[in-house]
Write a protein that binds this ligand. Structure first.
Ligand code: SF4
Length: 177
């Protein structure tokens, strides 16, 4: 026990212990996306290869993960999570198990009622939307995206969230003059 030491408030190790304690995981829950963001692995590593390798995560696979991890992030590298047809079920599973779920999405090809249901069913956690620049210009970078529709979705998600409708928007202002 000679090497044991207390972790003080600003100890850099403390962050790692907190993360381990929370059992974090990030998942790519499919292999589908309708956008063609130029820097995405779909357009670089898998250029011209369709379908992109991978599969749609099933409800039983996700349930095993949700049983173990406490903080789950869906930030796809080769897919957008909205295209997993089980996503609404995953959201409900996390809510029932009281797990923290972050969904990162840039694609906009779901009907508004689908987004409304997904937002309404969301428990702990939240959403991050990839809108590059002003919503009307976002498709320049997020090819095929309807940025104005996704902005409306983001406002609905913010309104339903615990922070009283506040929307945090971090943007690259290039081209937004
Ligand atoms: S939304 Fe995500 S997965 Fe889809 S093309 Fe853009 S970066 Fe790739």
């Amino acid at each position: 026990m000679k090497k044991a030491r207390l972790l003080r408030r600003n100890d850099p190790l403390k962050k790692d212990f907190i993360l381990l304690g929370k059992k974090n995981i990030n998942l790519d829950i499919g292999n589908l996306c309708t956008l063609e963001c130029p820097k995405c692995a779909r357009q670089t590593n898998f250029k011209g290869i369709r379908p992109v390798p991978g599969h749609i995560m099933t409800v039983s696979e996700f349930t095993k993960i949700a049983d173990y991890f406490t903080k789950i992030s869906l930030c796809g590298q080769i897919s957008d999570p909205i295209f997993n047809p089980n996503l609404l079920e995953f959201i409900k599973i996390c809510k029932n198990k009281d797990k923290h779920l972050m969904i990162h999405s840039a694609a906009s090809h779901k009907p508004m009622h689908w987004y409304e249901e997904a937002i309404a069913e969301h428990g702990k956690g939240g959403w991050t939307f990839g809108i590059d620049g002003l919503p009307k210009d976002s498709h320049i970078h997020r090819v095929h995206q309807n940025g104005e529709k996704l902005w409306k979705v983001a406002k609905k998600a913010a309104k339903a969230g615990p922070r009283g409708g506040r929307l945090f928007w971090r943007t690259n202002l290039n081209g937004c003059a």
